[in-house]
Design a protein around this ligand. Structure first.
Ligand code: NAD
Length: 361
């Protein structure tokens, strides 16, 4: 079992990572809460809810709600229904919410916690690899039909309990999705650990030891950044490396066609291309290595033909854009991210060339 402590402006919390932690959930509840309300999704429920309930029910009043699995549950409707359920169970200002699931559940339950009776405590229990990223840092949100995460808040958890054993039931697609964010952390960290990740074959059964090593490294990168810039006014934006095109691809293809991490994988490649153009540093960046690793691990490149103008438009509407100019995180060197405003015209030319070469159209 390993622990990383994250300091925030309002509290400090431990991210504890190890095998079988879900059976010990009760040990991590350190305050006398009036009741506990678990929010989980329809896939995770059948796998892990009972283990968590069994651990908690001895000492606490526990209720739960199950939302449909998938990104569509990060909606105003589901948010409202979850709040209603909480109220019906008698959850009050002294209660605790537990988010048991991947990033979707974490973001939804976190947003519920941040607004329920003006904000109550919550604990993240991530069950996906991707959630090593989403469960740390306190960003919580639901989606608006106009775009992802447009209704949100900053609300740090009281604790993150990460049971790596739960990751054994993830599909290859979800493993790929999560590993793209680990790869991102490995590329932007001042002490890059990309060599560590590029040697991993995701089709092999990953041992808990290897998984823990990579997750700990990824969480440490995220924790160090959010401690310095909790509200994303500065270096927290580095975490968006690969996300400008990634988000545009997810939206333009239709959510769910490819996963978030798969889109970010392609987005990171493109960000390196743009970096090479702006800084003339192609030789310094592991573009070819990343491409080889993504291909070897079956990240999907067989995208349908997409209109460049529509993608550029999406990138301009991203909530990270400034005055409708596309803002991208580039790499000056491995481990040296920087933020640049990119001219639309150049962006369109670079994107067209990139997609033509990558997808072959
Ligand atoms: P997810 O929560 O939708 O999980 C993906 C799928 O895996 C779902 O079908 C889920 O039911 C299933 N699943 C979860 N745990 C499982 C397990 N142990 N075994 C088998 N199946 C399991 O998605 P995700 O990829 O974990 O997270 C994506 C979400 O995270 C997006 O909404 C994204 O916006 C958000 N996110 C937030 C932040 C942040 O800082 N708040 C950062 C990155 C991503």
């Amino acid at each position: 079992m390993e622990t990383i402590t994250v300091k925030t402006s309002t509290n400090k919390y431990d991210v504890t990572i190890g095998a079988k932690l879900r059976f010990e959930t009760s040990k991590f509840i350190t305050k006398p809460y009036s009741s506990i309300f678990i929010i989980t999704d329809s896939n995770v429920e059948s796998l892990y809810l009972q283990d968590v309930l069994t651990s908690l029910q001895k000492d606490h009043e526990v209720n739960y709600t199950i939302v449909p699995a998938g990104e569509s549950s990060k909606s105003v409707r589901v948010y409202f229904d979850v709040i209603t359920q909480g109220l019906q169970y008698g959850l009050d200002r002294h209660g605790l919410i537990i988010a048991l699931g991947g990033g979707m559940v974490g973001d939804l339950a976190g947003f519920v916690s941040s607004t329920f009776m003006r904000g109550i405590d919550y604990i993240q229990m991530p069950t996906t690899i991707l959630a090593h990223d989403s469960s740390v840092g306190g960003k919580v949100a639901i989606n608006h039909p106009e775009g992802k995460n447009l209704i949100g808040n900053f609300h740090p958890p009281q604790a993150v309990i990460y049971d790596v054993e739960t990751l054994h039931t993830l599909t290859q697609t979800e493993i790929r999705s999560g590993y793209a964010e680990i790869a991102k952390h490995s590329l932007i960290n001042p002490e890059p650990f990309w060599d560590n990740i590029s040697s991993v074959n995701l089709k092999d059964a990953l041992s808990e030891e290897v998984l823990m090593e990579h997750l700990l490294k990824g969480i440490a990168v995220k924790a160090a950044i959010v401690e310095q810039d909790e509200r994303e006014s500065n270096i927290r934006q580095y975490l968006n490396f690969g996300h400008t095109l990634g988000h545009a691809l997810e939206a333009e293809l239709g959510y769910g066609k490819i996963t978030h991490g798969e889109a970010v994988g392609i987005g990171m490649l493109f960000a390196m291309r743009v970096s090479a153009y702006y800084y003339d540093n192609h030789n310094k960046l592991p573009y070819q290595e990343l491409l080889t690793w993504l291909r070897a691990n079956h990240y999907p490149f067989d995208l349908p033909r997409l209109q460049i103008t529509k993608l550029v438009d999406r990138m301009k509407k991203d909530k990270k854009a400034r005055n409708h100019n596309v803002q991208m995180v580039l790499l000056k060197d491995l481990g040296k991210p920087a933020i640049e405003l990119i001219d639309d015209h150049n962006l369109a030319i670079l994107l067209e060339k990139f997609l033509r070469e990558l997808v072959g159209y």
